[in-house]
Design a protein. Structure first.
Lengths: 330, 326
């Protein structure tokens, strides 16, 4: 049986169920790297070019871990675009090349190009060729891909109930995770999934908020149409897929009466985020908004202080509003 | 008489205040943390008690600042609060009409926007600590002047020089350049003040509407040069409150008083002998439980472990009956 390694990083959080199903259906065994640890981070920083963003460095760490196993292939798709007329950050395009240049003894890479900006012809073609590595029957490849898409949709439906994508994937794989939706504050948390849902990169921001008594609302819980509708109100179309989703989600959340505040988690070295974080700050005027920038530092004090202060502010504000109401009408 | 103790353990300074039940400040201590918060807590407490001749019964304790959890372990705090909330509470107590609070401390700078004495927005410097107290400290010592003389010297300037304030490293090289060209010291100092103010407004104050009355607090507010620079650039009057250097501690004390009064409960304050008699020390180790290898800190009093933290999985933290911090 063929063994395929998959790093638990970057688009793992958006697409893992799809490719895991795809390869499993073709009788390959998918080996996933462990959750990010200190060692992953250290190895990644060591191996990666230092101009890249933190999540890419962490991804390198995951690849390093997988190199230790006896793999037949390593699956690192070259992501260019995942939908028409939109793009993923250019650094993603170079990931397979950067890996080849900086890591020795890599297993053979399956680096299919995912570029759906104009059509899905090339992508389907490459996926098909990939399938041919494992089976001769074209029908099976097609079925495996269709099955993968179904599983992905199922996993996304789990996330829509208020789980992070990381939790949704765990649930999809049979784990039992309790829903945490009864916080006294409802806070919208935005950010690129690969930084937000990796507990080591985001320094656990979501569980911290939950522990502070907040219900966290994530973009995955909003409907795609509504997000796109809101994003379309921008004077110029944002051509970064994730950036547009974030702006759309923020604008949508601003209109949701039950959301108390919005937090955007950005990575220090992220080019698109340096625009998107700003745009959201300027657009969201009706709700409390906080931009949190994360990077390699492990000092959690600054993060905790900001989160606490943000929650305190929202709680005190709300109490104040209630008092106002009583004095005016009571 | 009921007294409440407020403690603010910051990166550069540690502050202690005692307030009465009307939140009047009775006594304050401002001292340097000098990299040793444990010693600072103990010593500050001792000094405060000596000033009060030991005749006080403490009804409640509040801690804040980046060392708030540490102070909580040593003193036993009823309220452990972040410094933004503490500063806002103190400022709105002294100036109920305040709209904007500028707070510059040792490692961080904040802007707090108040509306009807409630925080409506705040911002804090991001990863970079350029333009905070520790940078001023460093520059003062490089120029061989006492930090206390920094402000008065800067005020003598008639023509401040232009210094890049975007980054502490750039600012320093600019200053050295200007100094070697022969510009007078006071003009360089005032130039630095203005650079820091511009940096603060561009970084922390970005997109915020600054409305008067503006309150300037934190250790750096003692620097008259910065106050003047803020006034010049904002074209507004800037007020520096009487206890500007210990406002965090005042806020913590007020929060403790509110908490005790609201809950009608006894303080968890550990008392004189616990604080002054034992030997507190801390040690750290790398946990080998999993590949995360968290750096765990242990705080001990004599041989007894009081608290652990720093572990992501909380296996150490929860190994002691330690109350929830927040």
């Amino acid at each position: 049986m063929n063994k395929i390694g998959m790093p638990r990083g970057l688009f793992y959080y958006y697409y893992y169920p799809l490719y895991k199903t795809f390869f499993s259906d073709l009788d390959a065994r998918v080996i996933l790297s462990q959750k990010t640890t200190r060692i992953t981070i250290d190895q990644g920083i060591d191996a990666a070019v230092d101009e890249t963003c933190f999540p890419i460095k962490v991804y390198f760490g995951h690849v390093k871990e997988l190199c230790r196993y006896d793999l037949d292939y390593l699956f690192v798709p070259r992501l260019v675009s995942i939908e028409p007329r939109s793009y993923i950050c250019p650094k993603f395009m170079g990931v397979p090349d950067m890996l080849r240049a900086s890591i020795d003894n890599l297993p053979p890479l399956i680096d299919i190009t995912v570029d759906l900006s104009r059509s899905d012809r090339v992508y389907k073609d490459q996926l098909f060729k990939t399938g041919k590595l494992f089976t001769k029957k074209t029908g099976r490849i097609k079925d495996a891909y269709e099955h993968g898409k179904q599983e992905l949709a199922y996993c996304q439906a789990i996330a829509a109930q208020g789980y992070t994508m990381a939790e949704a994937i765990d649930i999809w794989q049979g784990e039992d995770i309790e829903q945490q939706l009864n916080g006294s504050l409802r806070i919208g948390v935005l950010g690129h999934g690969y930084s937000l849902y990796d507990e080591a990169i985001s320094m656990n921001i979501i569980s911290r908020l939950r522990q502070m008594g907040c219900t966290v609302v994530l973009p995955e819980a909003l409907s795609l149409e509504e997000i796109e509708q809101e994003a379309a109100t921008m004077p110029k179309r944002i051509f970064w897929t994730l950036g547009r989703k974030m702006v759309g989600s923020a604008l949508k959340m601003e209109k949701m009466a039950d959301i108390d505040g919005i937090i955007y988690v950005a990575c220090f070295g992220c080019g698109p985020d340096s625009f998107i974080g700003e745009i959201i700050e300027r657009k969201v005027s009706d709700k409390a908004y906080m931009l949190i920038i994360i990077d390699e530092h492990t000092g959690e004090g600054g993060l905790v202080t900001r989160l606490e202060a943000f929650c305190d502010m929202l709680k005190r504000r709300r109490r104040h509003k209630i008092e106002d109401y009583i004095s005016a009408y009571g | 008489m009921s007294y409440y103790l407020g403690v603010d353990i910051g990166s550069v300074s540690s502050n202690f205040v005692l307030i009465d039940e009307l939140s009047n400040v009775l006594e304050k201590i401002y001292m340097r943390t000098e990299g040793n918060p444990v010693k600072a807590v103990k010593q500050g407490y001792k000094e405060l008690m000596e000033k009060m001749n030991g005749k006080v019964s403490i009804q409640g304790v509040g801690t804040t600042g980046s060392g708030r959890h540490l102070a909580d372990i040593i003193l036993g705090a009823d309220v452990v609060k972040n410094e933004i909330t503490a500063h806002a509470v103190a400022a709105s107590f002294f100036h109920p009409d305040a709209r904007t609070i500028i707070e510059i401390g040792g490692q961080d700078s904040k802007m707090i926007i108040l509306q009807d004495a409630i925080v409506s927005d705040f911002a804090m410097n991001t990863v970079c600590a350029a333009g905070t107290g520790s940078f001023l400290d460093q520059q003062a010592s490089r120029l061989n002047i006492l930090i206390q003389d920094f402000g008065p010297a800067a005020l003598k300037s008639k023509q401040p020089v232009r210094i890049a304030g975007r980054c502490g490293v750039f600012a320093e090289s600019d200053m050295i350049h200007k100094q070697q060209m022969g510009y007078p010291l006071e003009d360089i100092l005032m130039g630095l003040c203005e650079a820091l103010v511009r940096n603060y407004l561009n970084n922390v104050g970005k997109g915020k509407k600054i409305e008067s009355p503006v309150i300037f607090q934190g250790g750096v507010a003692a620097n008259a040069g910065l106050k003047r620079a803020f006034e010049k650039i904002l074209q507004m009057e800037i007020k520096v409150p009487p206890y500007h250097d210990v406002m965090g501690a005042v806020g913590a004390a007020i929060l403790a008083r509110e908490y005790i009064e609201e809950h009608q409960c006894a303080s968890v304050f550990k008392g004189d002998s616990f604080i002054t008699e034992g030997q507190f020390n801390s040690s750290s180790f790398e946990c080998q439980g999993c590949p995360n290898m968290c750096e765990v800190v242990c705080i001990r009093r004599d041989k007894e472990a009081l608290a652990y933290w720093g572990d992501r999985c909380k296996r150490w933290e929860t190994s002691i009956g330690h109350k929830e911090v927040g």
